[in-house]
Design a binder for this molecule. Structure first.
Ligand SMILES: Nc1ncnc2c1ncn2[C@@H]1O[C@H](COP(=O)(O)OP(=O)(O)OP(=O)(O)O)[C@@H](O)[C@H]1O
Ligand SMILES: [Mg+2]
Length: 231
């Protein structure tokens, strides 16, 4: 689905992603793990085309997308839920979802009923301003907005950060549904170990912009966790 080959990324002189390589398998949930500041969000932004890379390849379904604009990548059905949600707080829930629709490559004009099946709370809140929702509801809105483009690859950057437990559980159920029933590929940046273990199929641990461990989720052991995660 997505193969990242030896990418290097810099913030001015600061070399942040270093010869980073990894592979994302179709219809699986791949967790990107590691402590604060190791480069997880930077990696997601480079996949989305929001940050340029100096060199390396991003091979998405046999096409190198490394030089494509972020709009073109969205047209290739890559959806993105940024860390911190970034919903429009002054716009209504419905308007936020309609912004997602603008990126729909199939010219879909109405919000699919599936979105409301996954997030029933949003249907009750369509006229509310985004900013009036709780943090967890905003996170659900941000995921719903990304689903409006009908992604084949969905990037979720720390979707459970600062969210109340009942909504964390609902987000987990949505992740399972999307991968297992809808065969959507998910990249999940996650620092909460139980959540990653429950919903992830494979993992990559980053440290200082490199992959330092990877494998099937069942292979994630205490030594890796103690060495590379904040628990
Ligand atoms: N816009 C920027 N300009 C310069 N340096 C940046 C910028 N954004 C991030 N960095 C630095 O790049 C490194 C990687 O940051 P990044 O946000 O990718 O980490 P992260 O793994 O997502 O961390 P967290 O778990 O806190 O979200 C950090 O040292 C950070 O300070
Ligand atoms: Mg981050």
């Amino acid at each position: 689905m997505l193969k990242i080959n030896k990418i290097n990324q810099y913030y001015k002189e600061s070399h942040t992603l270093r010869d980073l390589s990894l592979e994302i398998k179709e219809a699986k949930c791949t967790c990107i793990m590691g402590r604060n500041g190791v480069g997880k969000t930077t990696l997601m932004k480079t996949i989305m085309g929001l940050l340029p890379i100096k060199n390396g390849e991003l091979i998405y379904n046999n096409q190198n997308i490394a030089r494509l604009s972020s709009d073109k990548r969205a047209n290739l059905a890559i959806g993105y839920v940024p860390q911190g949600r970034e919903i429009f707080s002054q716009l209504s829930v419905k308007e936020n979802l309609e912004i997602g629709l603008l990126g729909n490559r199939n010219n879909l004009k109405t919000i699919s009923s599936k979105i409301y099946e996954l997030f029933p709370i949003l249907k009750d809140m369509l006229r509310r301003k985004g900013g009036d929702l709780s943090g967890g509801q905003q996170q659900q809105l941000s995921i719903a907005r990304a689903l409006c483009i009908q992604p084949k690859l969905l990037i979720l950057d720390e979707p459970t950060e600062g969210i109340q437990p009942n909504i964390v559980q609902q987000i987990g159920e949505v992740i399972d549904h999307l991968t297992k029933e809808e065969k959507i590929t998910i990249i999940l940046v996650e620092q909460k170990l139980p959540f990653a273990r429950k919903h992830g199929d494979t993992f990559f641990i980053l440290n200082r912009g490199c992959v330092v461990n990877s494998g099937e989720m069942s292979q994630l052991d205490d030594e890796m966790i103690n060495q590379h995660m904040s628990v």
